[in-house]
Design a protein around this ligand. Structure first.
Ligand SMILES: *Cc1c(COP(=O)(O)O)cnc(C)c1O
Length: 445
């Protein structure tokens, strides 16, 4: 650290040069985040000193957090939003960690012998290294597992490592959504819960949560819905084709956004939902929301993670993190109140219009999306489909050239070799036309 402080003038000159090295979201098709709404930025500044980890000192912020949870629960079809229980997080990853942590605690408690059994298995392994393999089997026998579709977000890989659980990945259908029968067939006595995705990261598909909800109830398992991206999209899609912009869709067989999809608390088996205001919610980073149907679905896990907090104004803290940014709470409150459902509907309509436009432009150059988009994500196959490895190499080459030659930020998908475009509010039709013309040149078509 420098001994003497630098002047403000010099400092902000430095900051400007750092800031110039960051994106301003021009030419960015790869991000699920976007430029936050100005009211969110203003509210973030106004509440920059607020710590919602100590709600007694920040009672105003605390009231806003309660209201954000209530508004979000109601957005997510909660039959009684005042009984919803939740808090703001740093984003989808933290929300998923916490949801799965509660599942694991519930599992360990309900199988009262499980913990002892795991301890015994561990002791046996240590005592008897010769029979390593059979002891490992014994260990695995008691290893909690989580069932999720293959298209689940990579945060679950971290969670598996962090919480020492096994991931059982269910098959996906031709539209990259979980196959309910496959999910159900993976359930065994060590299953701690099920995960469904509303708006999967690579394709934007929504898992058949209605079926997953029935399976969860039948097997008495918690069901967490990861709607980090889709949470601020699906509820705002137009109800029917007739209310969608039919003129721009003619002849393109575009079905994007033609019906309301149930994916949250309106389905009785759903126990928790995660949505990210810092993605399509137009709030600032960090902004995640984790909501449980009610506090009782967390019994007895909540007691396990509750810790006494002698230095704070509250007696207990049961969130994963301690000090939390009240500024994010204020920003999210501000943008949700200011836009209202009408504002978010407009935002989603803009992004869906871009998505339709993108498809029309693709048509013109003889290309089409890998799957018909449900929401504002388009995946595009650029290989010939004969050889996966060759297709992957070609995709990577095109992706790199789009960036190096033309400055376009596009990502590649993992599940299939394809380019992925997220049509966020910062994108324009002009961007799409320009990018596709560059892509055409690269593909020599
Ligand atoms: C973005 C995303 C996440 C992770 O969210 P972060 O805010 O980056 O932690 C989790 N799940 C899905 C489906 C996502 O799209």
């Amino acid at each position: 650290m420098n001994e003497k402080g630098v002047s403000e003038e010099e400092l902000f000159a430095q900051l400007s040069s750092f800031s110039n090295a960051d994106t301003n979201f021009k030419k960015v098709f790869s991000s699920m985040c976007t430029i936050p709404h100005p009211v969110a930025v203003a509210a973030q500044q106004q509440f920059s000193l607020s710590n919602i980890g100590d709600p007694g000192l920040f009672q105003g912020t605390s009231q806003m957090e309660a209201e954000v949870i209530r508004m979000s629960a109601s957005l997510l079809g909660h039959p009684d939003s005042s009984s919803a229980f939740g808090h703001l997080t740093s984003g989808g990853t933290e929300s998923n960690i916490e949801a799965v942590l509660h599942m694991k605690n519930r599992f360990l408690n309900s199988f009262s012998n499980a913990e002892n059994a795991i301890e015994n298995a561990v002791e046996n392994t240590v005592e008897n290294t010769v029979e390593n393999k059979s002891n490992n089997d014994q260990l695995n026998q008691f290893k909690p597992n989580l069932i999720l579709p293959k298209t689940a977000h990579f945060s679950f890989e971290k969670i598996a490592n962090l919480l020492d659980i096994e991931l059982k990945k269910a098959d996906i259908d031709s539209k990259f959504r979980a196959v309910p029968e496959s999910m159900e067939s993976l359930i065994d006595e060590n299953t701690i819960g099920l995960i469904g995705i509303a708006g999967n990261t690579e394709f934007g598909g929504c898992d058949p949560v209605e079926s997953l909800s029935k399976i969860a109830i039948k097997h008495n398992l918690p069901l967490h819905i990861d709607a980090a991206f889709g949470g601020f999209v699906y509820p705002f899609l137009p109800e029917s084709d007739s209310s969608a912009k039919s003129s721009s869709m003619k002849g393109n067989n575009i079905k994007a956004g033609n019906k309301k999809i149930k994916f949250a608390f309106d389905l009785p088996g759903v126990t928790s939902v995660s949505i990210d205001p810092h993605k399509m919610g137009l709030s600032v980073i960090p902004g995640g929301i984790l909501i449980f149907r009610n506090e009782s679905v967390l019994y007895p896990s909540l007691d396990k993670i509750k810790v006494k907090t002698p230095y704070l104004t509250i007696k207990y803290q049961s969130t994963l993190t301690g000090t939390r940014p009240g500024s994010s709470v204020a920003a999210t409150y501000a943008v949700m109140k200011h836009l209202g459902a009408e504002g978010y509907r407009k935002n989603v309509a803009y992004c869906m219009d871009l998505t339709d436009y993108f498809q029309k432009e693709l048509n013109k150059i003889g290309l089409k999306p890998y799957i018909e988009p449900e929401i504002n994500i388009i995946t595009l196959h650029v290989g010939d489909g004969k050889d996966k490895t060759a297709d992957r190499e070609k995709t990577e080459k095109i992706r790199a050239e789009l960036l190096e030659k033309y400055g376009w930020n596009v990502s590649a998908t993992k599940t299939v070799p394809a380019l992925r475009f997220v049509l966020m509010p910062h994108v324009t039709k002009e961007d799409i036309t320009a990018m596709l013309s560059d892509l055409k040149e690269l593909l020599e078509i």
